[in-house]
Design a protein around this ligand. Structure first.
Ligand SMILES: Nc1ncnc2c1ncn2[C@@H]1O[C@H](COP(=O)(O)OP(=O)(O)OP(=O)(O)O)[C@@H](O)[C@H]1O
Ligand SMILES: [Mg+2]
Length: 256
């Protein structure tokens, strides 16, 4: 974390989410400081994706409140929406496991589309911005290629550049490397690490424990829709008191 102040970028209070009559998230709360990077780990099906999707209202929580930089953007008690979803998504970027790039568009076009459509930039302005971002993720030389001509790691870096193109305040990552060949993962993790070091506020769901240890300020362990533990990564991962986390980490290390 570059910021030493406690300015809160994102605050979520008692987020609950049900599908049908099954409650998946049982009331998760979190305050993310500006510039902080939080890694989220936990067993499959525990609600990690559901939780971060709630933060940009890809899933609408059944209960809870969300604030961005102190501004209420969601309140389940409010009968009317407190902010437009469109405005919120501009401020909270997201990168998914599957890159979801437009196959018929080049990398440059994929990154420049949203700034043109959402921010109303001209083609030239949007492409200049896209070129800079593609350079930042190490893909300037590939900017005129289509997704099928790029590796998984390269496609994911295009997806990161695309999310950054709206100049978000917060970035959400949902297992950004799990669909990528192991040798290509490192280049994506490097870009994410640089982003975090550059002061971006980030929440990353990941199974990359080493990355979480090195690149996150805090680690959040979710199990069965509850926040079980939250703290400094090394402390949480190495403290024998956190038996459940240790068992989880051993299990994923064993799987790999
Ligand atoms: N759209 C949906 N409709 C119904 N149930 C859902 C839906 N999305 C998720 N669930 C259920 O909610 C629970 C939590 O799912 P979620 O995808 O958030 O888990 P996760 O922790 O991200 O798991 P993984 O590590 O496998 O990605 C699971 O039981 C899942 O089946
Ligand atoms: Mg998931």
């Amino acid at each position: 974390m570059t910021a030493t102040n406690t300015e809160i970028a994102l605050s979520a209070r008692t987020i609950k989410k049900s599908y049908g009559d099954k409650e998946i998230l049982h009331g998760i709360s979190i305050d993310v400081a500006k510039g902080e990077h939080i890694a989220i780990i936990g067993p499959s099906g525990s609600g990690k994706s559901t939780f971060i999707r709630c933060l940009n209202l890809l899933e609408v929580p059944n209960h809870g409140e969300i604030e961005l930089a102190g501004e209420r953007v969601f309140d389940s008690a409010s009968k009317t929406p407190v902010a437009s979803v469109r405005a919120l998504r501009k401020r909270v970027g997201m990168v998914f496991q599957s890159f979801n790039l437009f196959a018929t568009h080049t990398a440059l076009e994929n990154v420049s589309l949203a700034p043109r459509r959402v921010l109303g930039l001209s083609k030239e302005e949007a492409e200049a911005r896209a070129e800079k971002l593609l350079d930042r993720v190490g893909l300037k030389a590939h900017m005129h290629k289509h997704p099928s001509q790029l590796s998984g790691g390269q496609q994911q870096r295009v997806a990161i550049a695309r999310a950054l193109a709206l100049d978000p305040d917060v970035m959400l990552f949902d297992e950004p490397t799990s669909a990528i060949d192991p040798e290509m993962r490192v280049e994506v993790l490097k870009v994410m690490k640089e982003l975090a070091e550059g002061g971006m506020t980030m929440l990353t769901v990941t199974h990359e424990i080493q990355f979480a240890r090195e690149a996150a300020d805090r680690l959040m362990f979710i199990a069965d829709g509850e926040l079980v533990a939250m703290g400094e990564p090394a402390q949480l991962l190495d403290d024998p008191a956190h038996e459940r986390i240790r068992r989880f980490v051993s299990a994923i290390n064993g799987e790999i």
